[in-house]
Design a protein around this ligand. Structure first.
Ligand code: C2O
Ligand code: CU
Ligand code: CU
Length: 498
């Protein structure tokens, strides 16, 4: 892998931004045509409860084939099926246990994105599951109700594993999400929506070539595993729990008629109050829960060109697909919709983390495939926060590429963006944030409960190609005075995906 040559390659392209966006020169696709199929709703995972009250789930990663495109069969990977995985649902306070079997021909992992979980159960690159092997993970859910997700995290191959279909949602419920008057019947008026972009060869095979520097940009939008989906809606309003499960594509989501919707939750749970919006931006890995009124006429959810080019130069914006538009999902109202609750004025109390008492400040510069000038080393611990302390991290994208920033184990709060308070949409709990070039983010993070001198948590760019190329680092959470005791990893059998 040669960073400089890839960089030079990009700079060359940027001067002549023609036909770069992965085959979507027209920048359009119309999934909701005559061949439109109803949006598949991932089933809720079943669990068995043992005498101690722990709920046991099983996931098997395996290969299969899926009808992503109507009438065509595509080889894919999935959990407990051929594509994506069941939606896991658990309550705060509940203890959960997972048995994960790897039926794939290569090593993988299962990471609980957004979950506060002991490091050895986090499912990052240190918890490899060899083909045919089993891995067990268990913890007690202890965080606000939220829309989280799970996906593989094998070092160097995450993009490929997710692209082939390995991803699922993990919903956390608590007494606040129970009580809040929002649509909450799963699959009826509370709809999971995993948005991904894919590209196919003529025979329907997933095209895995990655011609851009942000990774694979598809020309076909796939929602919950199929292209061209629509959603029949039987209620006045619907709540969409949206995950950007793409490798590198950033979505500026809105409706074709510019209708207003309300953002009610971000990555880590409910916002303080619904935020009226006509657009919401999601970079890879981020989630948004929105509530939109559908009764009357069709509501067409679209990905629109980013009005601000996502902070990129024009040429780069085109090269990175930021100016493409796609139809994502047509919401079709019924003739006699069931009434929906009126939107509550407030949703949740978000206690601000206090950055004035921060034990440590750290800074992170994002550039090329590096953080602070270094690429991921499985055998290097970058730093070690002390448990029960609040830290302030300054994150700056000093590149001309788009990057984002994701941290394992915690949900953080954005203190300020270039010195100004975050907009309401970014004022709740986050685990992943889009970092446009040149902009400085200050984050407050509090590390609690779990310490481990051996197994680290990751922080990284969630553009999966960048992550695979090493735009990632690792930290241990330690007790005061505890010494790191990392385990030496033999990386000789692991390949980089680039
Ligand atoms: Cu969604 Cu480290 O990952
Ligand atoms: Cu994660
Ligand atoms: Cu990046």
């Amino acid at each position: 892998m040669n960073v400089v040559s890839r960089r030079a390659f990009l700079m060359g392209l940027a001067a002549t931004p023609i036909a770069l966006s992965a085959g979507c020169a027209a920048g359009q696709s119309s999934p909701a045509g005559t061949s439109s199929r109803p949006l598949p709703i991932p089933p809720l995972a079943t669990a068995t409860t043992d005498a101690a009250g722990t709920r046991h789930f099983t996931l098997t990663a395996g290969a299969g084939s899926s009808e992503i495109l109507a009438g065509k069969s595509t080889a894919t990977w999935g959990f407990n099926g051929s594509m994506l995985g069941p939606t896991i649902r658990a309550r705060r306070g509940e203890s959960v246990a997972f048995t994960i079997d790897n039926g794939l021909p290569e090593a993988t992992t299962v990471h609980w994105h957004g979950m506060h979980v002991p490091a050895r159960f986090d499912g990052g690159p240190h918890q490899t599951i060899e083909p045919g092997a089993r891995w067990e993970s268990a913890w007690t859910v202890n965080q606000p109700g939220a829309t989280l997700w799970y996906h593989p995290h094998p070092h160097g191959s995450t993009e490929k594993h997710v692209y082939r279909g390995l991803a699922g949602l993990f919903l956390v419920d608590d007494e606040v999400t129970d009580a809040v008057d929002l649509p909450k019947t799963y699959g009826v008026d509370d709809i999971p929506l995993i948005i991904q972009d894919k590209r196919f060869t003529a025979d329907g095979t997933l095209d895995e070539s990655d011609p851009t520097d942000i990774g694979l940009l598809g020309d076909t939008i796939v929602t919950n595993g199929i292209a061209g989906a629509h959603l029949p809606v039987s209620t006045e309003r619907v709540r969409l729990r949206i995950l950007n499960g793409s490798s590198g594509r950033m979505y500026n989501l809105g409706f074709a008629d510019d209708r207003e919707f309300h953002l009610v939750a971000s990555d880590g749970g409910l916002l303080a109050a619904p935020v009226p919006l006509t657009r919401v931006r999601l970079s890879p890995g981020e989630r948004a829960e929105i509530v939109v009124a559908v009764s009357g006429s069709n509501a067409l959810l679209r990905a629109l060109p980013h009005e601000d080019h996502a902070g990129l130069d024009r040429g780069d914006a085109a090269a990175f697909g930021v100016q493409d538009s796609f139809d994502i999902l047509e919401l079709r109202p019924s003739e006699n919709p069931t009434g929906s609750p009126a939107l509550p004025a407030s949703l949740a109390t978000i206690a601000p983390l206090d950055p004035t008492g921060a034990a440590v400040e750290r800074s992170f510069e994002l550039q090329w495939f590096m953080i602070n000038g270094a690429q991921m080393d499985m055998n290097r611990i970058d730093f070690s926060p002390t448990v029960d302390t609040t830290e302030v991290w300054t994150v700056r994208n000093v590149d001309n590429w788009p990057h984002n920033f994701h941290v394992h184990d915690v949900q953080f709060q954005i203190i300020d963006i270039d010195g100004s308070p975050p907009p309401p949409a970014l004022a709740g709990w986050k685990d992943t944030v889009y970092t446009p070039p040149g902009v400085r983010f200050r984050l407050a993070l509090r590390f609690t409960e779990y310490t481990d001198p051996t197994f680290p948590y990751m922080y990284h760019c969630h553009l999966l190609l960048h992550e695979d190329q090493g735009m990632m680092g690792q930290f241990l959470v330690l007790e005061p005075g505890q010494k790191p005791a990392p385990m030496a990893m033999d990386m000789s059998h692991q390949g980089h995906g680039g």
